[in-house]
Design a protein around this ligand. Structure first.
Ligand code: FES
Length: 143
């Protein structure tokens, strides 16, 4: 392949990849963000919940390389948040979020947006973390 054709093909491949990523982000209801760790807190900006048109997402899923499981944070109001470890309390599978529900793909357990078991076989609520707000940042205490 000639250099010019190679560059042209790479350009289209990159453009296609970017387009697919944008479509997936806009179609999927789940907003995934990377948090930072500050001492024993997982930190994300409050603005993570805001969308382009100024409305707020009901929840965001926060990941960090040091966390084995993501943390789902639900927003109930300006100062009311619930942070849930996305680890099924039955046998430890990673949960999936669907609106106000977290479902386990392994055996079907379901939890609500406060982490309370709605359907078994899990019989224990999800682990929750205290959330505080300082300087427009959410601090999720992982202690
Ligand atoms: S591991 Fe989640 S229901 Fe079994």
């Amino acid at each position: 392949m000639e250099r010019k054709a190679f560059i042209k093909n790479c350009g289209f491949a990159c453009l296609g990849g970017t387009l697919v990523a944008s479509l997936l982000e806009s179609c999927g209801g789940t907003k995934m963000i990377a948090g930072t760790i500050d001492h024993s807190d997982l930190v994300v900006p409050v603005s993570s919940f805001q969308s382009h048109n100024g409305s707020f997402s009901r929840y965001v899923v926060i990941q960090h390389e040091k966390l084995k499981y993501p943390v789902c944070v639900y927003r109930f109001g300006e100062k009311e948040y619930t942070a849930l470890l996305m680890r099924c309390t039955h046998q430890g599978a990673e949960l999936q979020v669907f609106g106000a529900r977290l479902q386990c793909p392994a055996h079907g357990s379901e939890f609500n947006d406060k982490g309370v078991v709605q359907n078994g076989p899990a019989d224990t609520n999800l682990r929750t973390f205290p959330v505080t707000i300082q300087h427009n940042q959410l601090y999720i205490s992982l202690k």
